[in-house]
Design a protein around this ligand. Structure first.
Ligand code: ADP
Ligand code: MG
Length: 343
């Protein structure tokens, strides 16, 4: 009898991670946080419980997020967090080993990539890697082995990765270290600079998610709304009124940066892939795809058709789930992902 092995996929994210089990269709979303006791340095809480401790300001507890800008910055914490996720996700008590598929951004350096395997693997957890753009494309139901190619834009918290994949290989990948978090920062900065009105990053993110857009939609009535913050002039907390157009204006520098990067990406593609973009359009995934107006804007200004799958934030984990299910079909993608090449 061979070794009984259980397989799990984890989309390690900066703010949240998403876990999938080969035997389940459901996903499980957990804050990427781990709380350590300050003196013993032993973990005391993980996930939601750890995230809640972060705001409490206790001197005895340090809350750590193992990832920054989409890549692991604290391998010790990442290893412990991964072990926690694996233990929670396990279903088969007879399995002697767990094989964990972990995603890595295309833009991770060879040293970072090697560390993923070497430093978070242990006796019972065998780590396999898949590059995020491959998983994202599979999660959009695209055929990554076709000669025509497909182009996917992933707008996450810390990075935007734009990739064109064909023949099971990366044709070209462009990345930006400015994404969702930078948008929140921009909203907070602009509120302060233009109105002397102070809001926290959490409020800025809420405003972005509820009202943010990159183009106005003639089918949506935009109403002014109120936000709560601190009036720097009087020093008192109060409400202020703001419009969706204001937010769009605040976000414009980042929207344009992303748009320029996309156009630059398309322009350097070999002609056959450029014409594929012209005929089929691009696919947009990640939380940032949920900003309203991408389809309108890119179609209007550049004639680019934008496809956004349902639940774009789950595209990567859906793709990883496919890799778990059809291991031999996607073996080459894992092999390429683990070789240290990037471009
Ligand atoms: P990552 O893969 O980097 O962990 P995600 O793909 O989960 O990131 O995306 C997280 C980002 O998406 C955050 O910056 C979050 O604020 C943003 N986001 C989530 N929902 C929305 C929304 N409805 N509108 C705009 N941005 C959103
Ligand atoms: Mg992501």
């Amino acid at each position: 009898m061979g070794l009984i092995r259980e397989r799990i996929a984890i989309d390690l994210g900066t703010a949240y991670s998403i876990v999938a089990h080969e035997k389940s269709k459901n996903f499980w979303r957990v804050p990427s946080s781990i709380a350590f006791h300050a003196l013993t340095r032993l973990p005391v809480a993980y996930g939601e419980a750890a995230k809640e401790m972060a705001g409490k300001g206790s001197e005895k507890i340090n809350v750590v997020r193992p990832l920054r800008d989409g890549v692991i910055c604290d391998f010790e914490a990442a290893g412990q967090y991964l072990t926690y996720l694996v233990n929670q996700a396990r279903r088969n008590p007879l399995a002697l080993q767990v094989s964990v598929l972990v995603c890595v951004p295309w833009g991770a350096t060879p040293v970072e990539t090697k560390s993923y395997k070497d430093r978070i693997e242990n006796m019972r957890t065998h780590v396999r890697l898949i590059r995020e753009p491959f998983a994202a494309a599979l999660g959009c139901d695209l055929d990554v082995f076709s000669p025509e190619g497909c182009t996917v834009v992933d707008i996450g918290g810390g990075t935007v990765e734009i990739s064109t994949i064909a023949y099971g290989h990366m044709i070209h990948c462009s990345s930006l270290r400015q994404a969702g978090n930078a948008m929140d920062q921009l909203i907070a900065d602009r509120m302060l600079r233009t109105r002397q009105f102070e809001i926290g990053l959490t409020t800025a993110e809420e405003v972005k998610m509820a009202r943010g857009s990159v183009a106005s939609d003639p089918n949506i009535m935009e109403e002014a709304f109120e936000i709560f913050g601190l009036d720097r002039r009087s020093g008192f907390p109060r409400r202020t009124t703001i419009t969706s157009e204001d937010i769009r204006g605040f976000l414009e520098p980042i929207t344009q940066t992303i748009e320029n990067k996309l156009i630059e990406h398309i322009n350097v593609l070999p002609p056959e892939f450029r014409s594929q973009v012209e005929s089929k359009g691009i696919y947009m995934v990640g939380g940032g795809a949920l900003l309203r107006g991408w389809k309108i804007r890119l179609e209007r200004d550049f004639g680019i058709k934008v496809n956004i799958p349902e639940d774009p934030q789950l595209a990567v984990i859906r793709g990883m789930q496919k890799v778990l299910k059809h291991r031999s079909r996607y073996k080459s993608l894992v092999k390429i992902s683990e070789s240290e090449m990037t471009n």
